[in-house]
Design a binder for this molecule. Sequence first.
Ligand code: OAD
Length: 238
Amino acid sequence: MVVGVKMKKLVVLTGAGISAESGLKTFRDMGGLWEQYDVTEVASPEAWRKNPELVMRFYNERRKVLFEATPNAGHMALAALQEHFEVTVITQNVDDLHEQAGSKSVVHLHGELRKAQSTVDSRLVYTLKNWELKMGDLCEKGSQLRPYIVWFGEPVPNMSMAAELAKQADIFAVIGTSLNVYPAAGLLDCISRDVRVYLIDPNMLPVSARKNFTFIKEYASVGVSLMAKELIDALNGF
Ligand code: OAD
């Protein structure tokens, strides 16, 4: 790192794919979670009203896997880029593997699996000590706790902050997301036209052609390091 020189802003949008190699299932790949579960039955306010036990069980299962997971080479390579860039990670993931890898600035768009939220006062959020959240676990106001997840049909509180960050990006990267879910996928429309955009995914995605666009068709564990090398070489004038 060069002291006194303002670092470029690297803003990264991540999705389930970056955590796949840590053993967390993605949603829309073959064998993904939405093949096993009906999204409306487990990830919506209606589902919570209709069958809170099922919703609780779904997120408890996810949390149990997370408690045993560790960051992979993709999360680590991204965190290491903080040596050279001002990195902000905007993630759709509800895991905390970016934080565990050492990323300092992480914005969660869809909530956090390790936390629970009051059903009467959304400002009351608690960090869970273990993977299991149960019916009967109450907030300090005596109401049932729910998973701290932004469900389909709910507003995304961190979206305007994320859009502002995307606007300020000098470089933007998209890693491991199918870009199927809005408003998160709309962040690509916020970035300036001349900004270099990297897309890291083992599968081709329908991203409209733009100038300064690099597609790295790799798993995150390999692709993030390739991107990092290219970015650092460019900084050093190679
Ligand atoms: P998806 O499951 O829709 O997409 C995962 C993406 O990761 C796909 O494009 C895969 O090709 C890619 N992928 C798979 N393995 C990878 C690897 N090892 N390295 C890099 N990429 C890999 O997941 P998201 O786009 O994150 O929301 O889904 C967005 C939202 O939809 C989630 O946050 C969740 C879901 O419904 C809620 O539950 C609210």
